[in-house]
Design a protein around this ligand. Structure first.
Ligand SMILES: [Zn+2]
Length: 121
């Protein structure tokens, strides 16, 4: 039995985690990575999670606006796409149908970035 690290995505033996690492699900090796690097991985996961939710709330939208101005181009791109999706169709139900009809460009962005996988998750 191991423990899941949400940064490297591996399930690792318990001794690879410190007490705090256990609580926050980050292995010792990943805890040593620069904060910036960990933040990028976490923020990317956060953005994907918004698409898994049945509804992207107003609070999520303001958070996405912050992430969209990230200095990391990948994060900024992902966040601005999801921000726009939330503006057009905050509810997950029928989202892809609506996008296919009204915003093909946005649907294409979701496909190209792999964000679409989070929708189907
Ligand atoms: Zn790790």
């Amino acid at each position: 039995m191991g423990h899941y690290c949400r940064i490297c995505g591996r399930t690792r033996p318990n001794e690879k985690f410190s007490g705090k690492g256990h609580r926050i699900h980050v292995c010792k090796e990943c805890a040593r990575k620069p904060k910036e690097e960990r933040d990028v991985i976490e923020q990317q996961e956060e953005i994907f999670n918004y698409l898994k939710q049945s509804h992207i709330s107003k609070k999520n939208v303001s958070r996405l606006r912050v992430l969209a101005s990230s200095s990391n181009p990948r994060i900024a791109e992902l966040a601005s796409i999801v921000h726009e999706v939330a503006r057009v169709k905050p509810y997950k139900k029928r989202r892809l149908k609506v996008l296919a009809r009204e915003r093909r460009d946005l649907l294409q962005n979701l496909e190209e970035t792999g964000l679409i996988l989070a929708h189907h998750w």
